[in-house]
Write a protein that binds this ligand. Structure first.
Ligand code: CA
Length: 267
């Protein structure tokens, strides 16, 4: 096992209240590895240097194919993924990685159009950075995403939740409806989990954004709606008269309470 530099982490409590540069939890397992899937040396060279300086290991893959293979070999703690790769699209790489991994993924793209953000989210990316960006900005994003993915996982109870014929099993990361597997992206799963966990009560848009993405996410409003409508579709919910996933206008969303879905209530 490789050991990191044994520099004592700066105390996060003695700072200015901003997020600590040295998160002691990040240091606990030595240096974290960032895989960059990016073909432009003008980006990877300075970024590798910045990451090393900030205490990360970095590895570079220059093609989609190499990215997928390195992700399997290196088991990175986070992946930076360019959208335009010489042999394919970063979105496809993202989809491929998501088939068997929850590794945090930040998409790097030159385009700032909303459709790109939405596609990035739909394929399971955690965050999105528009080129050109500063190394400093990106490192801050990396730290935020790493913090979030760490706290998100073991936080809530691991017990399966069953409401009506929808069953969500956090340990197996699995959702079924009437016994049939529902294929969800990780973010869709997280949204559904939070809503089912609070079944019967409204969860505000802000809370959903904060828990599932973070407050710095670009265009959060649209993003959340995209996920909710995808969830409705996958659960077979009618957007005009949903059984499970209700919109509470101006506030947020609500998953039906178990009593609302009992057999004697459904016509
Ligand atoms: Ca590129």
């Amino acid at each position: 096992m490789r050991t990191g530099r044994r520099t004592a982490p700066r105390s996060p409590s003695g700072g200015s209240g901003q997020s600590p540069l040295y998160d002691p939890r990040c240091m606990a397992h030595g240096r974290r590895t960032i895989l960059m899937v990016e073909d432009e040396p003008s980006i990877t060279t300075p970024l590798s240097e910045a990451l090393e300086r900030e205490g990360f290991e970095s590895t570079v893959a220059r093609t989609a194919e190499e990215g997928i293979s390195l992700a399997g070999d290196v088991r990175p703690d986070l992946v930076l993924l360019d959208v335009m790769l010489p042999d394919g699209s970063g979105y496809d790489v993202c989809r491929e990685l998501r088939r068997d991994s929850d590794v945090p993924i930040i998409m790097l793209t030159a385009r700032g159009e909303e459709t790109d953000r939405v596609v990035g989210l739909e394929v399971g990316a955690d965050d999105y950075v528009v080129k050109p960006f500063s190394a400093r900005e990106l490192v801050a994003r990396i730290r935020a995403v790493l913090r979030r993915s760490r706290t998100a996982e073991p936080a809530a109870a691991d017990e399966a939740i069953e409401i009506g014929d929808v069953r969500l099993d956090p340990t197996r990361h699995e959702v079924t409806r009437a016994g049939d597997l529902v294929d969800l992206t990780r973010k869709e799963f997280d949204v559904l989990r939070l809503l089912m966990h609070n079944a019967g009560a409204v969860v505000s848009r802000e809370q959903l954004i904060e828990d599932v993405w973070d407050v710095n996410w670009f265009g959060p409003t649209k993003t959340l709606d995209v996920h909710v409508s995808a969830l409705r579709k996958k659960l077979g919910d009618d957007p005009a008269a949903p059984r499970y996933l209700h919109t509470v206008r101006g506030v947020g969303f609500r998953f039906a309470a178990p009593t609302e879905l009992s057999p004697d209530r459904s016509g």
